[in-house]
Design a protein around this ligand. Sequence first.
Ligand SMILES: C[S@@+](CC[C@H](N)C(=O)[O-])C[C@H]1O[C@@H](n2cnc3c(N)ncnc32)[C@H](O)[C@@H]1O
Length: 257
Amino acid sequence: MKAFRVQGVGGESPEAAQLWELGCLGLVEEEGAIVAYFDSERELPLEGAWETLPERDYVAEYQAGLGPVRVGRLVVAPSHRAVEVTDGDVVVWLDPGSAFGTGHHETTRMALASLTRLDLSGRTVLDVGAGTGLLAIAAERLGAWRAYGVDVDAATVPVARENARRNLSSARFALGSLDLPTLPGRFDVVVANLYAELHAQLLPAYAARLLPGGRLAVTGILTRLKGLVLDAVPAQLEVVHGEEDGEWTLLELVRRP
Ligand SMILES: C[S@@+](CC[C@H](N)C(=O)[O-])C[C@H]1O[C@@H](n2cnc3c(N)ncnc32)[C@H](O)[C@@H]1O
């Protein structure tokens, strides 16, 4: 990262406006100067001096700032943090890398809460769009017999596998989606934190992956788009619960016998 320092001007100056127009990534005021950030040095039509900033690992800094998240008796904790737990708590140690799913987002928390409401003992669970693997690992730690996670983003699979290893979890992760031929048939529970338009398309495929009486939890749905999902519910599925957190909705459905 490079910084371009212009002395004697402030953040509201024409020079600041010009630096934004020239494509700076960010700009701060510092003791009678402005400092504009660029990813590389370039010719600029302004009087100033370039400085080289030390490389920073923004992912590591972000992770270091994350605290534990509690959802009922489930505690999701970054692996570098100490956490306070009480009897009956289930801890999932998690490092997200560049994948989504730390428990800090409303949708992940609602999906976790949905899993904690189910009796998962001896059940099979499929997490569609597993990201960090949190939902599948949590399901397994909550008693599921087998938990699988699939994701179409190849970068997430090693992250999820590493998180499973960190938790001594047997949850398995693979690249792909609901149509992955190596997935074992049908599941007691399917959970998916994706988005409304995609859920509307995938509902028949979720139904096909569920055992009769099986539960589906779908979230990542902007509440204003909930109707898209509800309108697409096929006859084999019945909506049994809905909840909102902020602008997000989670729906729970049951596969009819
Ligand atoms: C919002 S993240 C959810 C991560 C985690 N399950 C959670 O609840 O926090 C959505 C994930 O779904 C993946 N994804 C998107 N479309 C998918 C699809 N059709 N099938 C499987 N995974 C998909 C993305 O790559 C991303 O990792």
